[in-house]
Design a protein around this ligand. Structure first.
Ligand code: BDP
Length: 326
């Protein structure tokens, strides 16, 4: 590069940075979301956008793109790290391989109930995990609910033996691969958008998810046996790209955090209602539910998962602190 060209590039870069950093300049942010508009996550994001527009006098305009219009989750995570997506709502599982501490939130049979999960997320452990995500370019602002995940299959499964060799879809996460393997099944990582057709064609024997997703993605049409294993309570995160975050002043950061937390309170209420509604809807449509009343034998099978993912001192300490959280 010639010196003149270098000077020009430097001047142009400063102009761009200077322009975006001007607080009075209106900015439009692109937001990624996998769910359809009426889903609790989507309504939470819409609320977040409204609050930020009001409180910034329309200076920061958040535009959530619902229904995976901006791509599947793994691509969206990369785009957010590169700064081409400004905010998003992600399940934590596809972040497991990127930020190790997120794995503790995915671990099977760890949380006693929703109140326990909230106490962990909204306290110091949540802050610690958020700091790790920030290091990889994803700045968490609030935690959204995603309920408990259970297994569902094309053929009836009543006991763990029935799962042997079945191809079960998982999200992109090594922990999830080991978890499904520990059940004797065959874990198959696939993007969310391919699950329906893969269940339909028999490429998959089953998948696992919460009631609202099983219902909204219409997986109940192609895998009608739902077994309430409730094996993971992995939550979700509302986050902003580090590229955007770095350019905000402290007042805007505080405003965005408060708006995100308020949207999470709203999302959590909607979530609780939607879980029951979704379950009722799929049962009315013919889903056969098998209740798992004793989860102890399922939890016992998870020993290799804990041995692998909760063994190093930091992880072991996090798990112990989670168990102690009241
Ligand atoms: C849903 C989550 C979504 C995930 C999806 C999945 O809300 O973020 O992408 O599961 O399994 O429950 O891929």
């Amino acid at each position: 590069m010639t010196r003149r060209l270098m000077n020009w590039v430097a001047a142009a870069t400063m102009a761009v940075l200077g322009w975006t950093a001007t607080p009075s300049q209106a900015q439009e942010w692109r937001g990624w979301n996998i769910h359809p508009p009426d889903y609790p996550v989507s309504r939470g994001l819409d609320r977040f956008a409204e609050l930020v527009a009001q409180r910034s006098n329309n200076r920061i305009r958040l535009r959530p793109y619902h229904s995976a219009q901006l791509g599947q989750q793994d691509e969206a995570i990369q785009q957010m790290r590169l700064g081409s997506i400004d905010f998003a709502e992600f399940n934590l599982s596809p972040l497991n391989n990127l930020a190790a501490s997120t794995q503790v939130l995915t671990l099977p049979f760890l949380f006693r109930d929703v109140a326990h999960l909230h106490a962990v997320l909204d306290g110091p452990i949540g802050d610690e995990i958020a700091a790790d995500l920030e290091k990889v370019g994803i700045v968490p602002l609030a935690w959204y609910d995603a309920g408990a995940r259970s297994l569902y299959t094309r053929r009836p499964v009543r006991a763990v033996e029935d799962l042997r060799g079945m191809k079960i879809r998982v999200q992109t996460s090594d922990l999830w691969i080991d978890l499904i393997r520990a059940l004797g099944a065959n874990p198959t990582p696939l993007p969310y958008g391919e699950v329906y057709t893969s269940l339909q064609s028999g490429v998959l024997d089953g998948a696992e998810n919460n009631w609202p997703t099983y219902e909204s993605a219409r997986h109940f049409e192609v895998a009608k046996y739902y077994l309430t294993t409730e094996h993971s309570n992995v939550p979700e995160v509302l986050a902003v790209s580090a590229t955007r975050w770095r350019r905000l002043n402290d007042a805007d950061k505080a405003m965005l955090r408060a708006a995100a937390r308020e949207s999470a309170t709203f999302q959590r209420q909607l979530w609780a209602e939607r879980e029951t509604q979704s379950r009722d809807r799929v049962v009315a449509a013919g889903t056969v539910v098998t209740e798992v009343t004793d989860r102890a034998p399922w939890a016992a099978l998870m020993k290799p998962v804990y041995d692998k993912y909760a063994a190093d001192p930091r992880m072991a300490a996090l798990v112990a602190r989670i168990r102690e959280t009241r």
